[in-house]
Ligand binder design. Structure first.
Ligand SMILES: [Zn+2]
Length: 159
């Protein structure tokens, strides 16, 4: 995904992204390469792909990407909405089982890439954002390749 910015991108760029042109999340769903600069593919579910974020500042931070390019969750057909929600529940429970957080935050934003995806952000007692959302990219924490693989495998087994 593009770097965070405090300004809206050019209007033409935004509208092209909404149409799915050069959409990085479409690319992430279609890629057969399990690892890219943003993270590791864990599994393909009913209508989504679950990925472990490369930045593990918040342990267990994952992103569930809908395999269909829609801007909003309510743009999916009702049957697809149910499939996506089932995927989300399955993914969140798996992350919960592996990381045992004190709370799970599920964030649907899409202000940088308008392609339906959900941030699964485990919350741990004592973390630095009590009472409010935590920015999983506030700091950068990367792991060794084998540590990513281990997390991917544990989540896969919990799915
Ligand atoms: Zn897309």
């Amino acid at each position: 995904m593009p770097e965070k910015t405090m300004e809206w991108m050019a209007r033409e760029r935004w509208e092209a992204l909404v149409r799915g042109e050069d959409c990085p999340l479409c690319a992430a769903c279609q890629s057969t390469e399990p690892v890219n600069r943003y993270g590791y593919t864990i599994a393909d579910l009913r209508i989504s792909r679950l990925r472990l974020a490369r930045n593990q500042y918040v342990g267990g931070y994952c992103v569930l990407i809908c395999t269909k390019h829609v801007r909003e969750s309510y743009h999916l057909a009702v049957e697809e909405q149910m499939l996506f929600f089932q995927d989300l529940m399955q993914a969140a429970q798996a992350v919960d089982q592996v990381f045992r957080p004190d709370k799970m935050n599920l964030k649907i934003l899409g202000n940088i890439v308008p392609h339906l995806h959900v941030h699964l952000i485990p919350r741990y007692y004592g973390d630095p954002a009590p009472g409010r959302p935590i920015d999983p990219n506030a700091q950068l924490k990367t792991l060794l390749a084998r540590e990513y693989e281990e997390r991917v495998q544990l989540i896969r087994e919990a799915l």
